[in-house]
Design a protein around this ligand. Structure first.
Ligand code: GTQ
Length: 379
């Protein structure tokens, strides 16, 4: 892509000549190129995400997810998931950057077989009662807005023992990242499904206490020993903090789900957060390295991402690609709005790539492009 800054001394500015074309042809025979042919592309002035901002409205996606449950069984599909694909990342099945997300449905009486892989997964429950997931022998009950972890290499299977209706949840995985690093593998569990070997919700009993940890346990794995973060204590913590803190000008009241042993992110590659926007709150815009996938957990509002407005309500999923300016607003004057999100910030920070910038023009708020406000469209 043409950028006037590339005219400067210090950028590649070689003009094609017949001799050079012939030379390039000769180099190609030896699997080689002139670096100047690609230098300005492979060393961009700033991050150039292929992903674009997208919103998936639950009102539109839910009937399609229910239809998947009519058309294919969990046995046939292995994982019956409607995957959400960014138009800029069709080749990697990413929803944004190198993150994957999808909406999985489990009807009463259904179950999916156990497997494990190098990718890490998390789930944020959207609706339904009676479903469970088993992670390395620990069965966890799933309730709306709980966060459940399936870290890299852990065996996991899911089922719905309820009677009342489907359970639907959002899956978040680092599949595209692990694939770009060519580090993935996939194994099936020999017995189909795991027989639980630990008490139900054991990790919450052990590690879910407020500022209390088991004194004699020595956890050494590279992910959180706490695998389930139930909604009620999460929302209470958010509300307590909101009463005492002004919060971040860019994110409102923002709390991170952490590994209670380290205080660091829940998993090596992916982090997760929950944030509260007070009635009428409109945050300032900023941008940073790192991709974010949001699900509205409560309330309604909108986000301005790269100058475009995206209106959201409960269970809508939307993405902010790396380095895009973004700001959030709560549309209600009386109710809180809450956004769950997961991200690749632990990857960016571990690789020392993280940086952020405040939007300083226009009082800190982006001008909004005129466009349709409805969910953006077809993949
Ligand atoms: O539940 O194991 O949405 O392996 C994609 C890949 C869910 C899972 C997905 C998976 C899973």
């Amino acid at each position: 892509m043409y950028d006037p800054r590339d005219e400067q001394l210090g950028r590649a500015r070689v003009k094609d000549t017949p001799e050079l074309k012939a030379y390039y042809g000769e180099l190609a025979r030896y699997n080689a190129i002139g670096l100047w042919q690609v230098a300005n592309t492979i060393e961009p002035w700033e991050p150039t995400p292929r992903s674009v901002p997208v919103i998936w409205k639950y009102r539109e996606m839910r009937p399609l997810v229910l239809r998947a449950a009519e058309l294919v069984s969990p046995e046939e599909a292995a994982r019956r998931v409607v995957a959400l694909i960014n138009p800029g990342n069709r080749d990697t099945s990413a929803c944004v950057g190198n993150l994957y997300t999808g909406i999985q449905i489990m009807l009463p009486g259904e179950a999916a077989t156990a497997h494990r892989h190098a990718s890490s997964a998390l789930r944020f429950i959207m609706e339904g009662e009676g479903a469970y997931t088993v992670v390395d022998g620990e069965k966890m009950t799933l309730h709306a807005r709980d966060l459940v972890l399936t870290p890299n290499g852990t065996w996991h299977d899911h089922g719905n023992e309820g009677t009342s209706g489907p359970t639907i949840w959002q899956d978040g995985l680092d599949i595209p990242l692990v694939n770009v690093l060519e580090a993935n593998y996939f194994e099936l569990y020999a017995d189909g499904r795991q027989t639980p070997s630990r008490p139900v919700d054991a990790s919450y009993a052990e590690y879910g206490g407020t500022a209390l940890l088991p004194a004699t346990e020595r956890w050494t794995k590279p992910y959180s020993p706490l695998l389930k973060y139930p909604w009620e204590p999460t929302y209470e913590a958010l509300q307590r903090l909101a009463q005492r803190s002004a919060g971040s000008p860019y994110d409102g009241i923002l709390m991170e789900y952490v590994n209670p042993r380290t205080g660091g992110p829940i998993m090596a590659t992916m982090g997760a957060s929950i944030q509260l926007l007070r009635p009428g709150e409109h945050t300032r815009a900023h941008r940073h390295i790192g991709n974010i996938v949001y699900q509205c957990a409560k309330g309604r509002g909108y986000s301005i991402i790269g100058g475009q407005r995206f209106d959201w309500e409960e269970k809508d999923i939307f993405v902010v690609p790396t380095w895009y300016w973004h700001e959030h607003a709560n549309l209600s004057d009386t109710e809180d709005a809450v956004l769950f999100s997961f991200n690749d910030l632990p990857t960016m920070k571990a690789l020392a790539l993280y940086r952020e910038e405040a939007y300083v023009d226009n009082g800190g708020y982006q001008p909004v492009e005129a466009r349709e406000l409805a969910g953006v469209g077809a993949v």
